[in-house]
Design a binder for this molecule. Sequence first.
Ligand SMILES: C[S@@+](CC[C@H](N)C(=O)[O-])C[C@H]1O[C@@H](n2cnc3c(N)ncnc32)[C@H](O)[C@@H]1O
Length: 302
Amino acid sequence: MKADRASHTADFAAAIRATYQYRPEKVLHEDPFAIDLTSPLFRFIVKTPFLRRLIMEKYFLRRLGASLTILSRARYAEEYFHNAYRQGIRQVLVLGAGLDAFALKFAALPETLAIYELDHPNTQATKQQRLAARQLRSPHQHHFIPIDFSRDSIADVLSGSTIELSRPVYVSWMGMTYYLRKSDILETLKALDRILAPGSHMTFDYMDERLFDDTFLVTDPVLKKSIKVFFEFTEKHGEPLLTGFSKSSLKELLEETNWTLTDSINGRENTAKYLHTTPDFLWPTEFDHLAHIELQPHETPS
Ligand SMILES: C[S@@+](CC[C@H](N)C(=O)[O-])C[C@H]1O[C@@H](n2cnc3c(N)ncnc32)[C@H](O)[C@@H]1O
């Protein structure tokens, strides 16, 4: 992350969600707040029909596989949240929340939630300014907790919060694992394993580890270019891509914890699940993945 500014990728993700709200079908994900939460430049582009079509739809939505992931990961996180809510979970941890609208949604739920957003302080400061400027308020208890995942312990930062660790929590960790070192991902999973109650759930997305392998050849030239652009864009903005997994390497990592993998789906499968046909402006790939894990009870020494 570059010093003193919000995450560029968070601005970009909000801009993609804002663009999608202009599509007539909107079946994948609804986010009426994204336009207010993205940067002034993206807001201008998205609100200007000619620029929206040229830059956001024709370029980003159509040519960058990550765009579809941004929409489908938000949908996936919300679906699993609803399952968790039905099971009685009322506490939500949003790791690397960025400029997402999770805390602004679900006003119609019979019971309010305690939502804890953990993110880099620069991104959080920008989000809080934008929420205040637009007078957007969460219908839930909404807490901001600053953290740098590459430096701070999540257990320490949560210990100073009002979260009730004896009760299960739903955790959404979207758009972030690939910006962290594998050791930091494992550390976070282990810390959450230690402090959260069994029955807690988590959803996150991960990139395919083959994309981090220099010897892996992407044969489709359009896909190859899209991947190159994504790596360069994130590097240029101080958020280099560092880590990917396969389903089996992810399972291996989770074996060091009490989290078990209950679902892992790639962009293509996900598109087929949510959309009956692939729209011509979105582009699913097999290199982006969504996962759901559940925290099992800790073994007690006999
Ligand atoms: C691509 S955005 C994802 C935002 C949101 N979850 C979404 O799906 O739109 C990445 C987020 O990770 C956060 N982030 C990246 N590296 C971080 C770090 N080391 N510590 C804390 N937050 C970090 C950024 O601040 C940003 O909000």
